[in-house]
Design a protein around this ligand. Structure first.
Ligand code: COA
Length: 243
């Protein structure tokens, strides 16, 4: 599913001229930088991958990390590093986006996304560029759109040359934990073309539940797209556990 506002569509899928593609990821919320949707005290405890809990005062600009991966909040300067990966048509087979027209087009898109909110201020558009922790190699992107009702939509990319090494499920898992625990998102949704087996396996691995199938939900690249809707509801989050 692609997020975005009609007037300035955010990128839920990498960020190109296709407005339907949007990814949004939430940043760690420090005590003084709260989500606009937060109704209670701002949490500053985030569970990262491998069950590690980080309790320092991370800012919105601080990356999320696992042992293998660093998720850097997306900025305009990422366009150069991500352009080649997103130029691979294979990445766009089951999504309505096309490869970016140019590095400049990608820069423009990332500049808009780096604002991290929709023009009307009602959605948070959170995007992370995923790179290897051990080397300065970017392997993909992950996006989340967070809405005022404490729900979020998720999308993710792993460049073909790095696929099937667990980076997709690992990076998505980091973000889902972050959404639930640091940003108090109660339900995360992924809308997936029913032919996209890798994406379906990925969300199933993360405990998403298949909720529905929407026939002919979209039409792109010459055929109709039936869309599976997967949701993961956070049941473990206990606000009273926050300091
Ligand atoms: C979906 C995507 C992010 C998966 O990334 P990845 O790093 O290869 O995924 P992982 O290695 O974590 O694998 C996740 C699961 O998918 C399976 N998988 C990966 N590629 C697959 C493929 N081509 N066909 C079938 N299953 C596949 C893996 O075996 C694994 O399943 P398992 O947990 O049962 O072993 C990647 O294929 C991609 O970027 N696709 C294009 C963009 C896209 O469609 N994004 C989703 C939009 S909703």
């Amino acid at each position: 599913m692609l997020n975005g506002d009609a007037s300035e569509r955010a990128p839920l899928l990498g960020g190109f001229d296709d407005d339907r593609a949007n990814h949004f990821v939430l940043d760690i919320v420090s005590p003084d930088i709260r989500s606009p949707f937060s109704t209670g005290p701002a949490p500053h405890r985030a569970l990262l991958s491998h069950g590690r809990t980080r309790t320092d005062s991370m800012s919105d600009d601080e990356p999320l990390r696992s042992e293998r991966l660093v998720l850097e909040p997306l900025v305009e300067a990422h366009a150069e590093a991500l352009f080649a990966g997103f130029s691979d048509p294979r990445l766009h087979t089951y999504i309505p986006t096309d490869p970016p027209a140019s590095i400049d087009a990608l820069r423009d898109r990332y500049r808009r996304l780096a604002k991290r909110t929709s023009p009307d201020g009602r959605e948070r558009w959170l995007n992370w560029a995923t790179r290897l922790a051990a080397q300065p190699i970017y392997v993909g992107l992950i996006e989340a759109t967070v809405r005022e009702d404490a729900t979020a939509s998720l999308a993710y990319f792993v460049f073909s040359e790095h696929a099937r090494r667990g980076y997709g499920s690992e990076s998505a898992g980091i973000v889902v934990d972050h959404l639930h625990r640091a940003l108090r998102v109660r339900a995360v949704q992924a809308n997936i073309d029913s032919r996209n087996l890798a994406s379906i396996r990925l969300v199933e691995r993360l405990g998403f539940i298949r909720e529905s199938l929407v026939l002919e939900a979209d039409h792109f690249k010459g055929s109709g797209s039936d869309e599976l809707v997967f949701t993961r509801v956070e049941k473990r989050f206990d606000p009273s556990s926050l300091p």
